[in-house]
Write a protein that binds this ligand. Structure first.
Ligand code: CA
Length: 226
């Protein structure tokens, strides 16, 4: 079974739980790296190949859901949330944020291992940065470099660019962009996209009036070309 030898990232701030889970994972021949806070876990992810993440929700430096939301902007790795929060609402929130599965503490070792085996079968590769032309987008640092120099993008411009990069070479409609960046209440505001796309082109493109990367698909939306 491919689950053996898998690298598991454990994000958990409770010492006793860290120790229990590390022992359990090692007993099954999984490699395991453990971090008590979200920032360190995120940086580790960009440096080491990881196959699956076990995520506690109550961390020292951030809520696990916040980490999950950040992670899901650039990474499709399976994430199993392990939490003492047992309300249905908490589970729904975690799944909506992109968790693959949810295990409530206390749990049985056998149950957790079974969920890990299932999640490992669904794994997709991790991406650390995207490069197109002279532009490099780093989704962990949330930076965009052009010719090695930092571009100062607004939050909205960054989110549009990240969305376009994640769906490179595909047409995204005005509504898809509005839905993802602004939310479902803004579906009748295509001018929002036009204005911000124009600003983004000013920053990204050599010739904004004749864009090389952020192309218009007339009457439909936009496409990022590499
Ligand atoms: Ca905790």
């Amino acid at each position: 079974m491919p689950a053996k030898q898998a690298n598991i990232l454990l994000v958990e701030d409770d010492k006793a739980m860290q120790s229990f889970l590390t022992t359990l994972l090692h007993s099954q021949n999984y490699q395991c790296a453990c971090f008590a806070n979200g920032k360190d876990a995120l940086s580790h992810l960009t440096l080491q190949p990881i196959d699956l993440i076990l995520l506690d929700l109550g961390l020292a430096d951030m809520d696990g859901l916040e980490l999950l939301a950040q992670l899901r902007q650039w990474c499709n790795l399976p994430v199993i949330v392990i939490s003492a929060r047992e309300r249905e609402l908490d589970k729904v929130k975690a799944l909506d944020c992109g968790a693959n599965d949810y295990v409530t503490k206390p749990f049985s070792a056998a149950e957790l291992l079974a969920r890990i085996r299932v999640a490992l079968r669904q794994k997709e590769p991790v991406v650390s940065t995207w490069t197109f032309g002279d532009v490099v987008l780093d989704p962990v640092a949330r930076t965009v470099l052009k010719n090695g120099e930092a571009l100062h993008l607004t939050k909205t411009e960054y989110e549009i660019l990240l969305l376009m990069v994640r769906h490179a070479e595909k047409v995204l409609t005005h509504n898809q962009i509005l839905q993802q960046v602004w939310g479902p209440a803004y579906l009748d505001r295509p001018e929002y996209v036009r204005v911000h796309m124009a600003q983004l082109r000013q920053k990204i493109e050599e010739t904004p009036s004749n864009p090389k990367y952020l192309k218009t698909e007339a009457g439909v939306g936009y496409r990022l070309c590499f």
